[in-house]
Design a protein around this ligand. Structure first.
Ligand code: ASP
Ligand code: MG
Length: 440
């Protein structure tokens, strides 16, 4: 069994959906996980925000505009009347419900219900699109098997049992179509795996079915060795280990949801990133083997807050770090980078929601400095910390103000904290020296 996930651009137009149809109609039995059409989830989030702002009438007209887009898509997608009519009736019902939701009071559940519609629409239309061509395709509802537990983690036991049960009920289906991103929570309410979560759905499904491979089809030919938005002439990386991919997915250019490798890593199910627009291109293969040594990729993540905690009196005493960490834990804020000296601890967070509370609790026993608008530049590669060329990095970056370095946390990663205003220069310098000249 194969699991193939297609992102928003891949199902974002009739032309691209035709490409996807050609890809999935080849080979054996498979589960196809789809995102919403590109732009739809953003539009739904916007509608939810408008409701939150108390502007129900405006939300209603946003729903109307989106509805018109879908009527157009259905008209373009289907040539046979029966399929067109069935799909029009489906989107009509979905938008009718959305209209009703605009008059309700904002809540997380309301948001979850609204944003779930994108994947419901794309999968319905795509399943009928395949059936119109006589393909043995069945639409299966993620709500029948995707569920999270009390800790908000995928309930793998429940998912495995229920997904297998659902598939067994369709003995003569070749292509199962299901929604990425959406799920039920432990109480059975509509929920989701957070933005970008369709990749995660695919690997959860892959693990539940012990698939031979999970393929993530997107609009780029895999992970690149640097961020193509800021650096020219980046190259696709043909192979990464699970560890390298996990580091890059967190710091990477949003190619893969950071949790994606987790469900499949222990089962050693390979993940392949493929380009829908260029299906023959190799893409990036991610599996348990590690190849080559040294720097394979550079990536950056913005919106980082650095916190320096200073306390001459406390640091010597045991239990200081425990006290610090407990405060972050209390506010469900995870720490990304950390360095310590004799009298201070510096750490970074990417979610500053509870920054004020955290700082005021830290100030009860230390002096705290906060720097916002920082960027983590992350260098990833097998055994990077032992590579003889790695020390040249400091020479290359001598003009950049490096605020923190994390070296040796894993053998595959070196992270540097810089000012966001230095990001483009840092990425370009690293690219020039690492991939084009000195260290190549
Ligand atoms: N449609 C959702 C989003 O835009 C989930 C996904 O595409 O992965 O975040
Ligand atoms: Mg995505």
């Amino acid at each position: 069994m194969l699991v193939l996930k297609f992102g928003g651009t891949s199902v974002g137009s009739v032309k691209n959906m035709t490409n996807v149809k050609n890809i999935v109609s080849e080979g054996g039995r498979k589960v196809v996980v789809l995102s919403a059409m590109s732009g739809t989830t953003n539009a739904l989030v916007e509608i939810s925000n408008t409701i939150k702002d108390g502007k129900a009438a405006e939300a209603l007209s946003q729903v109307e505009a989106l509805y018109q887009n879908y009527v157009q898509v259905v008209n373009d997608l289907f040539s046979k009347d029966s399929f067109k009519e069935e799909s029009l009736a489906y989107i009509k019902a979905v938008f009718e419900e959305l209209r009703t939701l605009t008059s309700q009071k904002h809540s997380t559940l309301l948001y979850n219900k609204i944003v779930s519609k994108g994947e419901l629409l794309s999968t319905f239309m795509f399943s009928r699109f395949l059936q119109q061509d006589g393909l043995k395709a069945s639409l299966i509802s993620a709500f029948d098997f995707m569920r999270t537990d009390r800790l908000n983690e995928p309930d793998s036991f429940y998912i495995k049992q229920n997904l297998n049960r659902v598939l067994e009920a369709h003995a003569d289906t070749d292509i199962f179509i299901t929604q990425g991103f959406i799920c039920l929570d432990a109480d059975g309410n509509v929920s989701n795996l957070e933005r970008g979560g369709s990749d995660y759905t695919a690997s959860i499904v892959g693990a539940a079915l012990e698939a031979s491979e999970v393929q993530i089809w997107t609009d780029i030919d895999g992970f690149h060795n640097n961020d193509p938005r800021f650096v020219q002439d980046t190259d696709a990386i043909s192979h990464l280990s699970f560890d390298e991919a996990a580091e890059l997915a967190y710091f990477g250019a949003k190619i893969l949801h950071p949790q994606t490798v987790m469900p499949v890593r222990d089962l050693e199910i390979p993940v392949r990133i493929k380009n829908t627009m260029e299906p023959k291109a190799h893409g990036t293969l991610i599996d348990s083997s590690a190849e080559g040594e040294g720097i394979k990729a550079v990536a950056a993540i913005d919106g980082i807050t650095a916190i320096k905690i200073k306390s001459a009196r406390m640091l010597q005493a045991s239990g200081f770090l425990k006290k610090v960490f407990e405060i972050f834990e209390k506010y469900h804020t995870s720490i990304d980078m950390i360095t310590t000296s004799e009298i201070a601890v510096s750490l970074t967070i990417d979610d500053a929601t509870y920054l004020k509370d955290i700082v005021s609790e830290l100030e009860e026993f230390s002096k705290v400095d906060v720097d916002t608008h920082r960027t983590i530049v992350c260098l990833v590669g097998n055994n990077i910390v032992h590579h003889p060329d790695t020390h040249k990095l400091f020479q290359i970056l001598q003009d950049i103000n490096i605020r923190m370095i994390s070296y040796g946390g894993s053998n595959n990663n070196i992270s540097l904290l810089i000012n966001t205003s230095d990001k483009t220069e840092t990425l370009q310098k690293l690219h020039r020296y690492v991939f084009e000249t000195a260290l190549a």
